[in-house]
Design a protein around this ligand. Structure first.
Ligand code: DCP
Length: 152
């Protein structure tokens, strides 16, 4: 964890000094299909409602990042995914919390997305990535997402 955190921005230096079990990882999925990435609009809490994110959530104690993302995407979107590599660096969310974006491949791309917590979802091309009002941490990942979209 320390090495991965150190690859990130300067704001992460404080987090890098913490033990792995002192850092809360929030995983987010870059679900890429047909040259587009799935963005989801939050409906809660009120302070974040209306802003867009890569869907995901907190990793539970003892849970792997991949297991957490698989669980969150099943709960929030009704999809089954295979989790791939990290995209971009860890982004600081707070003094003890980071956002970690992982590629997620839909096992059944024909199955419709059924959001249970988001009030809207949208498939974005690389050219459309700047359009949504992203959460701050997700916004920092956009250059890396653009590269990931160009790669396939
Ligand atoms: N977050 C973010 N970008 C994302 C996903 C999450 O900045 N792509 C932030 C928003 C929240 C925090 O991470 O402040 C935790 O996200 P969630 O509320 O989505 O996580 P959970 O679903 O695990 O929360 P809970 O179990 O409380 O519902």
């Amino acid at each position: 964890l320390r090495r991965r955190v150190l690859r990130g921005e300067q704001t992460l230096l404080g987090i890098a000094a913490l033990a792995a079990d002192e850092v809360q990882v929030v995983v987010a999925g870059a679900i890429v299909a047909g040259g587009r990435v799935l963005a989801a609009r939050r409906s809660a809490p009120a302070s974040l409602a209306g802003r867009w994110e890569l869907p995901g959530g907190k990793v539970d104690p003892g849970e792997s990042d991949a297991a957490a993302l698989t669980r969150e995407l099943r709960e929030e979107l009704g999809v089954e995914v295979e989790v791939g590599e990290q995209i971009g660096p860890d982004v600081a969310l707070g003094p003890r919390r980071v956002l970690r974006c992982l590629r997620a491949r839909l096992l059944d791309p024909t199955r419709p997305i059924e959001p249970t917590e988001h009030d809207q979802v949208r498939w974005l091309t690389a050219d459309e990535l700047d359009e949504p009002d992203w959460l701050d941490a997700d916004d920092e990942l956009l250059p890396h997402l653009r590269t990931a979209l160009a790669a396939r």
